[in-house]
Design a protein around this ligand. Structure first.
Ligand code: FAD
Length: 518
């Protein structure tokens, strides 16, 4: 017999190795010897009160073996000679589109401007050490897309739970820890993601798909509302039947190209702000109500904050406990920050984007001339401003949190995890009022919600600008572009995803739609 029950385990009890068996036996009023195994289905931590509780949902196997089951199986078979689907971009959306094509019996041909994960690493070093941004290989571009050297938080607000589980199981199939199947806030970590991405590449190649790195799509040849061919690296031309466009939110050249060709795109609301960095122990002490180091069984603490300020949401975004701030620019002449953390989340700092909603219809009157690209141009200008105020390199402009709110330049900055370095700058006056004044009020409110958060030991670093795409590419119910029948806009860049999991799910959906029409 199998019984599913909920268990509450205190921090002290968590130290006991067989605590789940002990507690299950007590709860079910049975003998411990009758329990053949306890499988954790869900685990979360409740740290709202000083007495920290681990909440478990478990399946208790009573006098029967624990099966090694997986809800989903992945039926990959050889597609070398099958009809092709061309996929532009090999981020989470492109990767999962390719895998789904194989499951459906079609051959994915992936075109990716960046390099494979190993070669890409060298370009990341060049950004951090020499401030040199390769426009095709950086924290956003290359194998695995922005998802590879990311934080690997897999939390999604998507309501399609079934699909979410399927993606999680596929990540485990490709080498991610199976802990992601049970954790309430699953996380892989930047040190583990490249191997998962590499395994996905190997599955695609082993089953007859193709992946072409260093291959940037530079033009579409369109005849009678259909893409007939793609131009690669401004040189070669290849004919295509179905095209999944999964180039992410940083592929500005693709947005410019679509705009130039009068293919419908739309301005989309997005969010921008700064990244804040605290010593991790401050966040731990607030969240876990402790004065010294956190208990060894507790992970680096995270937070999620939101405040309405003058009619706009100010909120934390992509919080990375025990992590690093990274330079996520995709071109020289701009500074963009983002965050990531290793699987153990054991770095000394906690960072998070703190961003303000930008309503493209009302907030950017001076940018109307740019039409659908108005949000993108605004984003670009702020990234340029960060570049010049940082010192015209990947050094980022920064300020102590309290100085930012008080409106004064910082004489000194706190130590930071951001490798290219920080330069003290008056972000309070540099940022547009729309963002700066809301952030200042937002931070003051956050300090009320989390006592100790508002501290001079925190830096704010500019700018956090790539939270989501400032452009969307329309599509119909069949997921095709309304004007170009064989084009399937996909993933975050097209405005249909906001993170690794939702991008992967959208990739699967677009593959299903494209294959259905072949
Ligand atoms: P992308 O991942 O952006 O992939 C697009 C791909 O297209 C890229 O590989 C690019 O090189 C390629 N491409 C672009 N233009 C062309 C072209 N013209 N020709 C050929 N190829 C092209 N999300 C989370 O859910 N959790 C996190 O913890 C998290 N942390 C992040 C940390 C960092 C540092 C960054 C940068 C992002 C993070 N994200 C996180 C966001 C997440 O990575 C993205 O939401 C996700 O990768 C979007 O997937 P995508 O496939 O739609 O696009």
């Amino acid at each position: 017999m199998v019984k599913e029950i909920q268990l509450r385990v205190s921090l002290k009890e968590e130290e006991i190795s067989n605590i789940l068996v002990v507690k299950s036996a007590i709860k079910l009023a049975i003998n411990q010897d009758d329990i053949s195994g306890v499988k954790v289905l869900r685990k979360s931590i409740d740290a709202r009160k000083p007495k920290i509780i681990f909440n478990y949902k478990v399946a208790v196997f009573i006098n029967e073996p624990v099966p090694e089951s997986s809800e989903y199986t992945f039926n990959y078979s050889d597609v070398s000679n099958a009809k092709p689907v061309h996929i532009i971009g090999f981020g989470p959306a492109g990767m999962y589109a390719a895998l789904r094509c194989i499951e459906l019996g079609f051959k994915p041909i992936v075109l990716e401007r960046g390099k494979n994960v190993q070669d890409r690493r060298r370009d990341l070093r060049a950004i951090n050490q020499y401030h040199d941004v390769n426009e095709n290989s950086n924290y956003c571009f290359g194998e695995g897309g922005a998802g590879t050297y990311s934080d690997g938080k897999l939390y999604t607000r998507s309501l399609k739970r079934g699909d979410v589980r399927r993606i999680f199981e596929n990540l485990v199939y490709h080498g991610a820890t199976d802990q992601i199947l049970v954790d309430a806030h699953p996380h892989i970590g930047t040190n583990k993601l490249p191997k998962v991405v590499q395994n996905i590449r190997e599955t695609i190649l082993n089953y007859g798909g193709e992946i072409h790195f260093n291959t940037r799509v530079t033009d579409f040849i369109i005849k009678s509302n259909t893409i007939n061919a793609l131009v690669l690296n401004d040189a070669e031309e290849i004919s295509v039947e179905k095209v999944i466009l999964a180039t992410g939110h940083s592929a500005r050249d693709i947005f410019y190209l679509l705009h130039k060709k009068h293919i419908a795109i739309e301005a989309k609301s997005f969010a921008m702000g700064v990244r804040i960095e605290h010593p991790q122990h401050i966040i731990d002490s607030i969240q876990y109500h402790c004065s010294g180091d956190r208990h060894e069984l507790l992970p680096a603490a995270s937070y999620s904050l939101v405040q309405q300020v003058n009619g706009r949401g100010v909120y934390s975004f992509c919080m990375c406990p025990g992590g690093f701030i990274v330079p996520a620019a995709t071109a020289n002449g701009e500074v963009v920050v983002n965050g990531m953390s290793p699987s153990k989340r054991n770095n000394l700092y906690a960072n998070s984007g703190i961003v303000v909603e930008i309503d493209v219809n009302n907030d950017l009157p001076k940018y109307e001339q740019f039409g659908a690209l108005k949000g993108l141009e605004y984003q670009k200008n702020l990234e340029k401003l960060a570049f010049t105020s940082g010192g015209r390199s990947q050094v980022a402009p920064a300020q102590r949190l309290t100085d930012f709110v008080d409106g004064k330049l910082s004489n000194t900055l706190n130590e930071s995890s951001y490798q290219p370095g920080l330069n003290s700058a008056p972000l309070h006056s540099l940022l547009p009022k729309l963002i700066g004044s809301r952030l200042r009020k937002g931070f003051a409110a956050f300090g009320e919600k989390m006592k100790g958060y508002y501290t001079q030991e925190a830096n704010i670093v500019g700018v956090e600008s790539r939270t989501s795409s400032p452009v969307s590419i329309p599509r119909t119910d069949t997921l095709e572009h309304p004007e170009i029948t064989n084009l399937f806009p996909c993933g975050e860049g097209a405005g249909y995803a906001g993170g690794i999991i939702s991008a992967a799910m959208d990739g699967e959906r677009c593959a299903e739609a494209a294959c259905e029409t072949l």
